[in-house]
Write a new protein. Sequence first.
Length: 348
Amino acid sequence: MPHLDLQAFKQPSQEGISCAADTNLPKDAAFMWGRAHYPHPGKWLGSGNRCGHKPSSPAWHLFKAPETKKPLPYFIQELIERVRHYYAQPTLLPTLANLSGKVNKLSGKPRQNRSEAREAECLVLEALLSRTDFASLRVGTPLPDGRFIHRTMVEIATIAGMVEDAIDKETKQLVNRPTQRFWRAIRRLKIGGAIDIHKQYETLEDGTIRARPGIKTVNMHFLVALGRISYEKLKAFRTHCSKALKLDSDSHKQQFPDRHDPEIANRRLREQQREKGIKTNPPSSTDKSPVIHDRDKRKELQRQYSQAQLEFATNLYGQYPGRPETWYSEQLRRAFPSLDDWIARNNR
């Protein structure tokens, strides 16, 4: 039986590499994968995973902090810095670091997400936190007149450095759209219990329904687990944000009373109706729209499992502060042995 050089089938040939490196050759000159043409451009050949990711040098430069009138509060800056700690030490956020649910057969420890996945999660988390209104934990910007600007996924992806060129189907113009890597990171953050997304839409005059930016909220328990802070410290910062927003709102009401008095009048009219026994339904709030559940039933159960873990873990940090990370991890493993066991126990 003739000897087969298996190594030739595992990596592009040197002939193919030199061929692609020759700038005088046409652009479609491909690498060779053994005897076949390598189906990819080979831009990141040699990086190990062929996507340009280097575990020892995360691409933090992709994050583009949004321009603001004032620097981000120190509290938010600290949280963003803690996000990068998660990249180097995934056990800080066990609900996010072990989404596969698999265990290393040799060590018996939970298997961690790949480093390129953690890099994407960190970049998206940084973008979300940089645009979060901590008074309500919604991703967006509150306005003094009471309105709220929900940030789109395109805006978040742009801050995270995860956009690509695309042709808009309606205008046929070149636009930016989030990459598939961005959407995978968003899905993992949802499953890991970091964020929730609520649907929003509007009905146009012709009866058609048009989607609006979804309401994205950051999980309070996730923030406590991420920052290794107490609930009281988070509550104090949120109270500070609420007071600052109220000052802006009061100033706006004094400056533009005509915009606020009609709303006050409607509330008082409704109160008078209730006193007379007349019941009317107030306008529905978009904030009460349903959470977007994962299309995969098991992934949706895993999202609920992660939220339960986060609540349990943050209660541990509050009751037993200053313990080693290994102690917290052990308590979490005892309370939540596996996803399958948790599903079976809660579906009885």
